[in-house]
Ligand binder design. Structure first.
Ligand SMILES: *Cc1c(COP(=O)(O)O)cnc(C)c1O
Length: 399
């Protein structure tokens, strides 16, 4: 690498004075854990989702959590998922989806991807229903993951479900904000979960948001989020219920999945930027599409209305080419990543469920041939020109 050339990391969050001021505000307030900032963040996040859709969305409710993983765990628990239940997930996803299912004593059913966006394939869900029903077991929930911010085929998923009793928990970790004809991603199923991890579209370091219209699920998730205590800590210490702060009861073996006011304060500032950050990502994605469109060796990501462009995932001819291109970019100081190595290739899941790559031919190929290029709002046109130039030279040198 030329020492004078700038390195371009795979991702860099957009943080500034507003986030620093928010952190200061929390320190000066003296209240660090879940409190007024978190409550405001929940309200503002719900308002954002409502304002982004045409319909009346008054019933949308939110719960801030310590991570999307925590949110997924709470979501499945509130739906009553337990021992020996089955939950369908794509194989092409992050391990958190499968892990939370195991935490509840249930088993994941891994589903292959459709080839357009790499999302969970409705045809394969139908197949999984039939197979598990023949074995006398029932899929109780499905977790569609809106990969890269490209919405899943929710109509197709509903058709596959038919008249079965199956809950939908959306993993919207990549989909803030993705818009569909039916509404915002995260609001299309029974429960939706967003992530504010350091590399996500908006971040507060670590954090997540759970969305639902169902007050029973929300009530259960609130209880299980904080030790199974029948009152929130903020209500206890602010004496809003008129009870003594130590007067509480435990009604379940709860988790510790609350968000701190530090994180919430940063999240609130990030939320104010969400629309402008989306606009910048959209412009960058369009620039990539234009700059790379004439390279025959590449397959560019599918564009669609309402795409959040959290990731820009290109496809190469084969695994060797993908790896060599990633190495070449690395030599030039440019970060890249893979979303994802499918779970059927991960030793733990592969061994536990005896998974065979042949049953996941689409996800398997995507896992071998995909490469995620840098896509974050601080990138400039000249950065994309440099990245595109390196990719072009890479192919020229090989032919
Ligand atoms: C990041 C991510 C998660 C986990 O989010 P955390 O907030 O880190 O728990 C879950 N699913 C997908 C698809 C992700 O990309």
């Amino acid at each position: 690498m030329n020492r004078n050339t700038k390195t371009i990391p795979f991702f860099k969050p957009t943080l500034g004075r507003a986030e620093i001021a928010a952190t200061k505000r929390v320190i000066e307030s003296g209240w660090l854990t879940t409190g007024p900032e978190t409550i405001a963040f929940e309200t503002e996040f719900a308002a954002f989702l409502r304002s982004s859709t045409a319909e009346d969305e008054e019933s949308i409710r939110t719960l801030a959590v310590s991570s999307a993983t925590a949110g997924l765990h709470l979501a499945l628990e509130s739906l009553g998922i337990g021992r020996n239940d089955l939950v369908a997930i794509p194989s092409l996803t992050f391990t958190a989806n499968a892990a939370v299912i195991r935490h509840l004593g249930a088993d994941p059913v891994f589903i292959d991807s459709e080839p357009i966006a790499g999302n969970i394939d409705p045809a394969n869900i139908t197949h999984a229903f039939k197979k598990t029903e023949r074995e006398g077991r029932r899929i109780k929930a499905i977790i569609p993951v809106h990969l890269a911010g490209h919405p899943c085929d929710m109509d197709g998923i509903r058709m596959a479900i038919g008249n079965r009793q199956v809950s939908i928990v959306e993993d919207a970790a990549h989909a803030f904000p993705s818009k569909t004809q039916a509404g915002m991603a995260g609001c299309l199923g029974d429960i939706g979960v967003f992530s504010f991890y350091a590399t996500k579209a908006i971040t507060c370091g670590e954090g997540g948001m759970v969305v639902t219209r169902n007050s029973d699920y929300l009530k259960r998730m609130k209880l299980m989020q904080l030790h199974g205590i029948d009152r929130t800590v903020w209500n206890r210490y602010s004496n809003r219920t008129g009870m003594r702060s130590w007067e509480y009861d435990i009604i379940a073996a709860g988790f510790k999945y609350n968000l701190s006011d530090f994180a919430a304060a940063i999240g609130r500032e990030q939320l104010k930027r969400a629309k402008s950050l989306l606009k910048l990502r959209l412009e960058l994605a369009q620039q990539y599409q234009r700059m790379l469109s004439d390279i025959d060796e590449l397959t560019l990501p599918n564009d669609c209305p309402g795409h959040a462009w959290h990731l820009f995932i290109i496809r190469l001819r084969d695994n060797t080419t993908r790896n060599l291109l990633s190495d070449e970019l690395h030599r030039e100081g440019i970060g890249s990543s893979v979303h994802f190595i499918p779970l059927h290739r991960m030793q733990y899941w592969k061994k536990l469920y005896n998974l065979n790559p042949e049953n996941f031919s689409v996800a398997d190929k995507l896992g071998e041939e995909s490469l995620s290029l840098p896509l974050w709002p601080g990138l400039k046109t000249r950065d994309l020109q440099r990245i595109s130039g390196i990719i072009r030279s890479f192919f020229c040198a090989r032919t």
